[in-house]
Design a protein around this ligand. Sequence first.
Ligand code: GDP
Length: 471
Amino acid sequence: LAKLLHKDASEVIKKLMFLGVMATINQEIDMDTILLIVAEYGVEVEVKIPVVEDDFETIEETDDEANLKERPPVVTIMGHVDHGKTTLLDAIRKTNVSGGEAGGITQHIGAYQVEINNKKITFLDTPGHEAFTLMRARGAEVTDITIIVVAADDGIMPQTVEAINHAKAAGVPIIVAVNKIDKPEANSDKIKQEMTEYELVPEEWGGDTIFVEVSAKKRIGLENLFEMILLVAEVNDYKANPNKRARATVIEAELDKGKGPVARILVQHGTLKIGDAFVAGNCFGRVRAMVNDRGRRLKEAGPSTPVEITGLTEVPLAGDPFMAFEDERKARAIADRRAVKHRQSEMGANTRVTLDDLYNQIKEGEMKDLNVIIKADVQGSAEALKGSLSKIDVEGVRVKIIHKGVGAITESDVILASASNAIVIGFNVRPDPQAERTIDQEKVDVRMHQVIYKAIDEIEQAMKGMLDPVY
Ligand code: GDP
């Protein structure tokens, strides 16, 4: 790169250090970093990505029926707030007393498995249709069965309806869990009656929807619930070929202080092994370690198995597709190409960039603070971003964090940004579907990032650009 730029390698290395990249002279640097460096020199570049036959999302793989093996069903729990989703997930997790893995320390890896009568069931650990739909919005279809939890002492509430509609839109079978039946005021007939309005008619009334009465708190009816899940699984005959390269979906990902970028993924096809090269979203890597929900190290993970992996170069996004590749070079080429594509589509979409408008406002003395809303996947990242951004001071204009939080960018974030002339930074999070619409309407500048220094750099560059424009 230094040679192409007609610069000293040591100078380029120094620039890299300022960007937080500690590189040696013979180290490969990724496309993002290259673009940052050339931008510093004001050089125009044309990106030529080595031709790879196909992007992996479009690679169609067909399996011979003979190679397909039964796999555990993947279940998501949805329902109205306070109807008992979390309690039910916890109760189910504790049920797993069979097998030699009992007593293992449970790890939060985004999903977990229980074993009932030698059959496994995988539960996604993030309840609610927002997460479910967020995944779907990214093209990820991970759920086989949804359980809609309704409190028997309450009834069908707005989020129950949302959950039903989200599940239906995805074409995923629904099991209704009528919860809190331990309560004296519980009335499950009333729930069933109300559910018929949404075309969920219990079998005993001539319909085909399975209703299960449970108490998550008192752990009543869980066995029955498991039986029903396994029954639905049997009817739908969920299968996958375990004997090929792995395809998976990222459930969660974050930057871990000790381990670096970690991704919690659900393997859907094939078997993922230690040492496999892979692409996850726009990132690539090589599986260094795999841990299951019991904290046990695995050498390989087959279909429907949730695992936490390390060995990524960056932090992917929830819902990102994941695929193993024979060699790392190819994985890297595909990840690079995806990153460039992603950036191009972002640039196209952000034609009304408000970071640019800010320059005029600052020039006219209207802007003393650059208001920023931070949403991140974990508290630690939000804090780190806030700390670094608050330190930026370009000619008296400072960054003011007016709100920070953990979780997807919501409609209320966007409205707040619009009302406060703020920009929104999403760190490993994206806007939820309502927010997406509001962003268009309100013309709010929303920036998504996966690397902290890049988020900071962008703001700093923009502020400097605002004050010292290069025409
Ligand atoms: P979520 O918002 O749907 O995740 O609901 P939670 O699991 O947090 O439960 C909300 C409240 O309902 C908590 O106080 C639980 O203890 C309580 N709860 C959950 N399941 C039951 C149940 O089966 N019986 C009773 N009596 N209370 C329950």
